[in-house]
Design a protein around this ligand. Structure first.
Ligand code: ADP
Ligand code: TYD
Length: 216
């Protein structure tokens, strides 16, 4: 391998994705990981899906019931939002990764595989995300696995209104679909599952023990 090629590979930023059902503690753990990385002197860019772009805001309006459309159209909007998340000129994450920035995202394509395969074949959702996957695959997808009963209690305590996907029976199905997707893609994706039913501190330690090695 030529030096130039080797340097390009070494310099690429890591892409860490957090996955889980609603209320699983993703944002909490992202914050804790960001603080930990900062202590280690590693700057990172945190982001989320759906994004706050015009496509993402359309999705938010659908999730809160302000706009109605078919579930397949919603799945396609998430594909478009993700493409914009990757490529837009202002803060597209493909450019950030190639500049060497570590990017941490709250959700990515496994969310689509899990949430949308309830209403349509998972293979369709995987295929629809193929261009996104070719552009950027996570260094690791961290799945915070939480009992849906616990997740629903956490959501109820903290939100004024529950969104479309935040019903217990749905979260049970979504969790099953995540596992189905992990099994289906076990040869091509790097997935780490963490027990999210523990305290925030214990989960953060477990995450660090599993991914700290990517940085140090
Ligand atoms: P998500 O981003 O996955 O929806 P959050 O990080 O927003 O989840 O967590 C949902 C709620 O549960 C928040 O109020 C948060 O403070 C709380 N929470 C997060 N992790 C834990 C934990 N391990 N134990 C108890 N409560 C938690
Ligand atoms: P949000 O309230 O933004 O975040 P969270 O619950 O993760 O803290 O809700 C995002 C919702 O969008 C969540 O219910 C999962 C859903 N979703 C999909 O259905 N498909 C997708 O591709 C993504 C990224 C999210």
């Amino acid at each position: 391998m030529r030096n130039e090629q080797r340097r390009t590979q070494v310099d690429r930023g890591k892409f860490i994705v957090f996955e889980g059902i609603d209320g699983s503690g993703k944002s909490t753990q992202i914050q804790l990981l960001t603080e930990r990385l900062k202590k280690e002197g590693i700057y990172c860019y945190t982001t989320m899906e759906p994004t706050d772009s015009p496509i993402g805001s359309l999705i938010h309006q659908i999730m809160t019931g302000r706009i109605k459309t078919d579930n397949k159209a919603i799945a396609a909007l998430f594909v478009a939002d993700r493409m914009d998340h990757l490529l837009n000129d202002v803060n597209g994450i493909v450019a950030k990764i190639s500049e060497g920035t570590t990017v941490i995202s709250d959700r990515y394509y496994f969310s689509s595989y899990a949430y949308h395969s309830i209403d349509m074949p998972m293979d369709w959702v995987i295929q629809a995300n193929e261009l996104n996957r070719n552009l950027l695959q996570p260094t690791v997808s961290l799945f915070i696995d939480v009992d849906p009963d616990i997740a629903i209690k956490r959501i109820a305590q903290n939100r004024v209104h529950q969104e479309l996907f935040e019903k217990k029976s749905r979260l049970v199905r979504v969790r099953e679909k995540y596992y189905e997707a992990f099994k289906k893609l076990e040869d091509v994706e790097n997935v780490i599952i963490v027990d999210g039913n523990q305290s925030q501190e214990v989960i953060a330690e477990e995450i660090w023990s599993k991914i700290g090695g990517y940085f140090i």
